[in-house]
Design a protein around this ligand. Structure first.
Ligand code: SF4
Length: 347
C-alpha cells in the first residue's frame, strides 16, 4: 500500500530531532531509531524491538520506512546482482551490487534516465524521466543492505548508475551527508565516488559542498571532435580545454586525486596517438586514468577495443608515469555492467 507519509530517509538530522521533540521523545530515543535504520538496516518500524509499542505506533504515524519495491533481481555468474526497483510513481531504476572478493560495492542511480546523450550509453536512450529524491537515492543502499547476510556489508558506493548525479545536486548532497555521517551509514568519504560527465559549475559546487567524496570524470576522448561524437551535449557545453583547465584549479581534499574514466572503443579513441594526447592533457592534474573495456549491448554502435590494444594503451600511459588501471568488467551476462543500465525501458 502506498503511503503519503514522508520517508524517514528524506529527513535531515534537524528534521529528525524536530520530529523527536514533537513526539515528546528524549534524545536517546532518536539515536535508537537512527541506529535501527542506518546501522541495522531495518525497513520495518515494528522491528525496532527496543521501542515501546506506543512509540513505534507514533513513529509509523509520522514517517514511512518502506524499502524500494523489487521488480526483479538478477544474479550474474560472477556474483554481481542487478536490482530493478519500482518507485512509488511506477517509474523504475536499476542498482547493481558488485562482489569482488570481500569487497561489496553498490552502484546506485541518481536519476530516472539521463538528460545527457552519451552515444555509448544505454541509459541515454531513455531520456530523463525525473530526478530521484534523496530518500530514493539512500533507499537503494538500505534496501539492498537489508537483503544481505550479516557478513556482507556494503563498503563502497559509486554514483555511476542511471543518471548524471550532479545534475541532481541538492538531492545528491543531502544523500551524501547521510552516507558519510557517523549517525548515518558511516562510510569513509574516500569510499564514496561521484561520477560525472564533466559539468564544470556543478563539480565546483560539489567540491565546495559539505562532504568530501571521490570525483570521477568521464573523459573518453582526447580531441573535441571525438568527445563531441561520444558525449555531444556535455562536450559542447564544456569542451576538453575548459574541462581540463577546471580540473587544474579544483580544490581537491588532501591526498585525493581525480579519476578520469576512459571507455575503450575500438577504432574510435584507442590509438597510441590518443594515449600520447591523454598524457599531455592530464599533465599537472593529480589524477589517475581508469580504462573501461566497453560493455557491448544489443544494437550498440561501438565495439570494445581488443585486449591487446587496451594493454598497449595502458602501457603507453604507464611509461609516461600516468597512473592507469583497467576496470574489471562485472555482470556483463545480466547487462549490469557499466553503461548497460536501462531496465525494462529497453523492452
Ligand atoms: S554515460 Fe552517464 S551521463 Fe552519459 S548518458 Fe549515460 S548515464 Fe548519462
Amino acid at each position: 500500500m502506498k503511503s503519503n507519509l514522508p520517508h524517514f530517509l528524506a529527513l535531515s538530522f534537524e528534521e529528525i530531532e524536530a520530529l523527536g521533540m514533537k513526539l515528546g521523545w528524549k534524545p536517546y530515543r532518536i539515536a535508537q531509531v537512527l541506529a535501527w535504520v542506518y546501522k541495522r538496516y531495518v525497513t520495518d518500524i515494528d522491528a525496532m524491538s527496543d521501542l515501546s509499542k506506543a512509540d513505534r505506533l507514533l513513529l509509523s504515524e509520522s514517517v514511512t520506512l518502506a524499502p524500494l519495491e523489487i521488480v526483479s533481481r538478477q544474479k550474474s555468474i560472477d556474483g554481481t546482482e542487478k536490482f530493478l526497483f519500482a518507485l512509488a510513481d511506477g517509474l523504475q531504476i536499476e542498482t547493481v551490487l558488485i562482489r569482488d572478493e570481500r569487497r561489496r560495492t553498490l552502484c546506485i542511480s541518481s536519476q530516472v534516465g539521463c538528460t545527457l546523450d552519451c552515444t555509448f550509453c544505454l541509459t541515454a536512450q531513455m531520456g530523463l524521466k525525473r530526478n530521484l529524491r534523496s530518500d530514493e537515492i539512500l533507499n537503494q543502499i538500505l534496501t539492498v543492505q537489508s537483503l544481505l547476510s550479516d557478513d556482507e556489508r556494503i563498503g563502497n558506493i559509486v554514483l555511476m548508475g542511471m543518471g548524471e548525479p550532479i545534475a541532481n545536486l541538492s538531492a545528491l548532497q543531502k544523500a551524501l551527508v547521510w552516507m558519510i555521517s557517523q549517525s548515518g551509514f558511516d562510510l569513509a568519504s574516500r569510499r564514496v565516488t561521484v561520477s560525472t560527465a564533466g559539468m564544470i559549475p556543478q563539480i565546483e559546487k560539489l567540491l565546495d559542498g559539505p562532504v568530501d567524496v571521490n570525483l570521477s570524470i568521464s573523459l573518453n576522448a582526447t580531441t573535441d571532435a571525438v568527445r563531441t561524437l561520444l558525449m555531444p551535449k556535455v562536450n559542447r557545453l564544456y569542451p576538453l580545454k575548459d574541462l581540463l583547465a577546471a580540473c587544474r584549479r579544483f580544490r581537491l581534499p588532501p591526498r585525493r586525486s581525480i579519476t578520469f574514466e576512459y571507455v575503450m572503443l575500438e577504432g574510435v579513441n584507442d590509438s597510441l596517438e590518443d594515449a600520447d594526447r591523454l598524457i599531455v592533457l592530464t599533465q599537472g592534474i593529480r589524477c589517475k586514468v581508469n580504462l573501461i573495456p566497453f560493455n557491448y549491448y544489443p544494437g550498440a554502435p561501438y565495439h570494445c577495443s581488443p585486449e591487446a590494444v587496451i594493454l598497449r594503451f595502458q602501457n603507453q600511459l604507464l611509461q609516461a608515469k600516468v597512473r592507469t588501471t583497467i576496470r574489471k568488467s562485472k555482470g556483463q551476462d545480466i547487462l549490469a555492467a557499466c553503461g548497460q543500465l536501462k531496465g525494462q525501458f529497453a523492452k
